[in-house]
Design a protein around this ligand. Structure first.
Ligand SMILES: *Cc1c(COP(=O)(O)O)cnc(C)c1O
Length: 372
């Protein structure tokens, strides 16, 4: 092995725009001193993202989690919300922090997303919404979920944090449901350092979302509701304006890495990869592997072997949110055996635009125990 191959490899590495370009974008701020509060860059980025994501309206926020909380608040959800436990803590926190009761719907073995067959039995007179997650950028069963929601008069808020730019049969993912939340955290496919936002399908919601986002204060000093502060500042927006034109190239590089991994792992006994999704325009945001018994090594053994070589994959999502210390004894409804099993077997491999084919080969060989 080459000596220079021994630097640590993390699960992700943020894409950066050319340094000079970012400097050019932020230079005007030293004149205007307009650093935040619906600034010119913020407004320009909202327009650009609505265009890129193929939706009428986009509301930017300071991070993805506060986008979720802003939506939960503005949609006036109450009682119970049916959600997936196979996700990052944020999805469930956003409900619990607003006094809602999460009801956990299990996921499908093949797609890792909420199993639409299991939703209706969980609906009670207290249910007001469904919060599904397009985990790893795999689209949920969007048409069926919309049908179930319409039939039972439920709202649908998608956690689309992983689904930037994903399309189903050419249709942008965010056009399904009422609102979709995106995260623009540094670790995501497209980032604004920290950041996030909401793709909104009903213009009627917009005013309320923007009100919640700014303390409930429309103008002047009086507050109409107990809002929060979820505004994105101009430095974040500048990073977004510089990164957005590079997003497609970054996704193409991720595709290259994924195909390199696929060449090693496809048809290996005991290894399960993301499902084939011929109708989906993917964003290559994550490369999860499920290690079944037939593989001969456990997920934890594979992870330890990689870490010994200074390669740091991540066990996304272990534990699932309904098993987190803060939730596991709460008695929330929902049997989730598939989510539990996936969380014990899943490992997300390093994946970012600058990961070389050589590094992908080395990682794959270590997992497969091949010497060359
Ligand atoms: C990243 C992420 C969030 C939270 O977004 P932030 O921008 O980090 O606040 C929520 N849900 C999922 C599934 C995520 O991966």
């Amino acid at each position: 092995m080459d000596k220079d191959q021994t630097k640590p490899i993390y699960v992700t590495r943020p894409s950066m725009p050319p340094y000079e370009e970012f400097c050019r974008e932020i230079a005007s701020l030293w004149d205007t001193r307009f650093l935040t509060n619906f600034g010119e860059k913020h407004n320009r980025l909202e327009q650009a993202l609505a265009g890129y994501l193929g939706v009428e309206n986009f509301v930017l926020t300071v991070n993805g989690h506060l986008a979720l909380e802003t939506a939960v608040e503005a949609m006036e959800l109450a009682g119970e919300v049916i959600t997936s436990p196979f996700t990052f803590a944020s999805s469930t926190h956003a409900l619990v922090r607003h006094g809602l009761t999460p009801v956990f719907c299990d996921v499908r073995k093949d797609t890792f997303t909420m199993d639409a067959d299991l939703i209706e039995p969980l609906i009670t007179e207290k249910t007001t919404a469904i919060l599904p997650v397009h985990v790893y950028g795999v689209p949920c069963e969007v048409t069926r979920i919309d049908e179930i929601a319409n039939k039972h008069h439920l709202k649908v808020l998608y956690d689309a944090a992983h689904a930037f730019g994903v399309r189903v049969g050419g249709v942008p993912i965010a056009t399904y449901g009422d609102i979709s939340m995106f995260s623009f955290h540094a670790t995501k496919v497209f980032h604004t350092i920290e950041g996030g936002g909401l793709a909104v399908n009903h213009a009627a919601c917009l005013q309320r979302l923007n009100l919640v986002k700014r303390f409930g204060i429309p103008a002047g000093e009086d507050a109409l509701l107990a809002g929060t502060n979820a505004k994105m500042n101009e430095f974040q927006a500048a990073m977004g304006l510089c990164n957005l034109p590079l997003a497609d190239q970054s996704i193409a590089e991720r595709k290259r890495v994924c195909e390199r991994y696929d060449a090693h792992f496809t048809n290996v006994s005991g290894i399960q990869l993301l499902p084939d999704m011929p109708e989906v325009t993917r964003n290559y945001s994550y490369y999860p592997i499920i290690f079944h018994d037939a593989f001969g090594k456990t997920r934890d053994e594979v992870c330890a072997a990689l870490e010994a070589e200074q390669i740091y994959p991540r066990k996304y999502f272990c534990p699932p949110t309904n098993r987190l210390t803060c939730y596991r004894d709460k008695g929330y409804r929902g049997e989730t055996p598939i989510s539990d099993e996936l969380s014990e077997r899943v490992l997300c491999l390093p994946l970012y635009a600058e990961l070389t084919n050589g590094d992908a080969d080395r990682i794959a060989r270590l997992i497969l125990n091949k010497s060359k």
